[in-house]
Design a protein around this ligand. Structure first.
Ligand SMILES: *Cc1c(COP(=O)(O)O)cnc(C)c1O
Length: 369
């Protein structure tokens, strides 16, 4: 058939497919029988609580029935956890679904959006898909968040600002003082979205969750969270948004598909919230491993950015795509960064101790060759 180009919106021409990384099956065929350390998608490698497995088993007995379109029980549970009224909680098929819903709800062709760079690619892609222009705030030369540039950008009447805090892939974060300055500087006619996919890992006095400021904030603010990372439910696809703005939630609810979160995901999410010990234990182990791995990488002479996430952004001093490709021969999957200016960086997730060891020794071998 002839090219259906005429049917596609012109905005799609500028988009690339999402770089979702290699699957275990892709890699298994290349490294014959070796154990594979999948360290490319920031998943939690530790087991789920038994209660979550039981909740999922119970839920699969009723899959003939549509799920609750508003995930009412879960909204109430998250309201208890965060203090945000249940009516201002919205769910997505992963938080990336909510990024898409947000873009479709607010962006018009020619609008501007602001985001940090190196960026989470979907922050840019969904905006471009709507015909918006993306203004990126790159890191400073010494690889810190350029807070002055960010403050200047958010003070302008841009339609939308999306900040991953902690940032992905860089792992950097806004201090509480910096977050407050951004909230103060936000233009009253613009929406601010804080993507807190890694909030559960971001412990310590030097980090402030956006939920702490939602109630008192008088401009539209949306905090996005996910069950994919610390809660270990990436395969089920469920994330949520919390806002101080009824109109924004109403608009996003109009845009999303009504049954965007399946019943098994809802049941599992409720169970992991009720049994947070497994998540807390996974976070504690991951943070201990993160400092061990970053010390070891620095001892290899590599530049490693500070990180509040379950991953590290590492300058391997060579084309990252080639290094990542050679790591696969050692059974290690990492994510080579491809955005201009960061092509010598890999993002590596913190896995189980043995996986981290496998990565460290494979990287030493590959860089030594
Ligand atoms: C992983 C990640 C997400 C996506 O999470 P899902 O809920 O699995 O869709 C969103 N934002 C950032 C910054 C992430 O790293």
């Amino acid at each position: 058939m002839a090219s259906p180009e005429f049917a596609l919106r012109p905005e799609l021409a500028a988009l690339l497919p999402y770089n979702s990384g290699l699957t275990l099956a892709d890699v298994a065929s290349r490294c014959g029988g070796k154990t594979i350390a999948k360290l490319a998608s920031n998943e939690n490698p530790y087991p789920l609580p038994e209660e979550a497995l039981r909740a999922m088993q119970a839920a699969i007995r009723s899959t003939q029935v549509y799920p609750d379109p508003s995930a009412r029980d879960l909204a109430v549970a998250l309201s208890r956890l965060t203090g945000v009224p249940a009516a201002r909680v919205i769910f997505g098929d992963g938080s990336e679904d909510l990024l898409n819903v947000l873009a479709r709800a607010v962006l018009r062709p020619g609008d501007e959006i602001v985001t940090l760079y190196p960026s989470f690619p979907l922050h840019e892609d969904y905006a471009r898909m709507m015909g918006a222009r993306v203004v990126t705030i790159d890191l400073t030369a010494d690889r810190r968040i350029d807070i002055d540039a960010l403050l200047a950008a958010v003070a302008r009447p841009v339609r939308l600002t999306i900040l991953a805090n902690p940032m992905s892939p860089a792992g950097l974060w806004l201090t509480p003082q910096e977050l407050d300055r951004v909230l103060d500087a936000q233009h009253p006619e613009s929406v601010l979205c804080l993507d807190e996919a890694y909030v559960e890992y971001a412990l310590g006095e030097d980090y402030l969750a956006g939920t702490e400021r939602l109630a008192g904030h008088d401009k539209p603010l949306l905090v996005l969270r996910t069950f994919s990372k610390a809660y270990g439910l990436a395969g089920l696809r469920i994330g949520y948004g919390l806002s101080n703005c009824d109109d924004l939630i109403r608009g996003m609810n109009l845009v999303r598909t009504p049954f965007n979160v399946n019943a098994v995901a809802q049941a599992a999410a409720l169970a992991v919230l009720r049994h947070p010990e497994a998540m807390r234990d996974a976070v504690a182990r991951t943070l201990a491993e993160r400092s061990r791995v970053s010390d070891a990488l620095r001892a290899q002479g590599l530049e490693v950015l500070p990180s509040k996430g379950n991953f590290l952004f590492v300058n391997v001093g060579a084309p990252a795509v080639e290094i990542a490709d050679r790591l696969i021969d050692h059974g290690v999957i990492v994510k080579p960064w491809k955005q201009p200016g960061y092509e010598s960086f890999i993002r590596v997730s913190i896995g189980l101790p043995a996986e981290n060891d496998q990565f460290l020794s494979a990287l030493e071998t590959v860089l030594g060759d």
